[in-house]
Design a protein around this ligand. Sequence first.
Ligand code: NAD
Length: 333
Amino acid sequence: MKITLIYGDGIGYEVIRATEEIIDAVTDKIEWEIMEAGAEITDKYNTPLPEETLESIRRNKIALKGPTATPVGQGFRSVNVEIRKKLDLYANLRPLKSYEGVETLYKDIDLVIVRENTEGLYIGEEEMIDHETAVSKKIITKNASERIVDFAFKYAEKNNRKKVTAAHKANIMKFSDGLFLEASNMVAEKYPEKEYDSKIIDAMCMELVMKPHNFDVVVAPNFYGDILSDLCSGLVGGLGYAPGANIGDECAVFEAVHGTAPDIAGKGVANPASAILSGCMMLEYIGMYEEAGEIISALKEVFANSKQMYGKNGMLNTNKFKEEIIKKIKKIA
Ligand code: NAD
């Protein structure tokens, strides 16, 4: 089957190329259609997101994507936000799991962030009212809130998860977050067999850091979901271990939580684990459970013996890490 492959910017080529080679080591059923997106191609196409890249995803329905850079405070809008909006990829699924051999604050972390992906503060409607006052619009709708909470419960059902917790700040944003909370409470009633609670986002952040095992599936509006994902990646070893998927009814785009990591790009030291795990989520999504399992087993073995892979400041060599995984898959000693 054809899958759209986008390397993206910064460390994108390093981590996605490693993932591509690892997936090719477990299956020959995937034909990659390599397309471009990101800041680095903007001059060539006059846009960071060429129409043919979007068309490729629409046609193939599935894409594996590296991170793309967004200029801060000026310039073009985020390629990710555009892809999510144009393809209505409304659910951002981010499982966070700790692995033996990876240094973490707590053992046995296993939680999932389900982030609303189409609205909230990410609609990009901002204006300067005068030289000293800026306003950002935050849109929360009943439909999108119900849809994402329903997605979270369906995910919990399918994956034998016990509990769903909704994140909000409805004490302050009584209309917008109030609507999200009301929709969450209502959808939760359809799933009486699942535990459900809701928490105010700031208190939730503290509890996540102090008692992460209290959480199972967390569903959140767009902006809180974004921050919670990075916070929780810190619980499992950092952004190098946080995979993700953007899922809609028609298409799905798989990409790690992390960005382009400009500070380490091109040095060959980026941790490809989150991209590889995103690739495994993609394989499972298209029904290739056995192949995903093979990669995850190899990854776990490499993590467990990862002392030689990591230095004091993280990954020593992206390529060596990839080669170790491929050796395990091919059972080369
Ligand atoms: P970042 O995630 O790129 O980096 C944050 C820190 O984590 C850096 O110190 C970086 O070195 C480290 N890090 C990230 N991924 C790593 C990996 N795989 N291995 C080892 N270390 C890793 O966040 P940022 O610096 O805030 O953003 C940089 C750019 O990425 C910005 O232009 C931003 O818009 C973009 N971004 C893109 C996406 C995406 O495409 N999905 C997501 C987040 C940020």
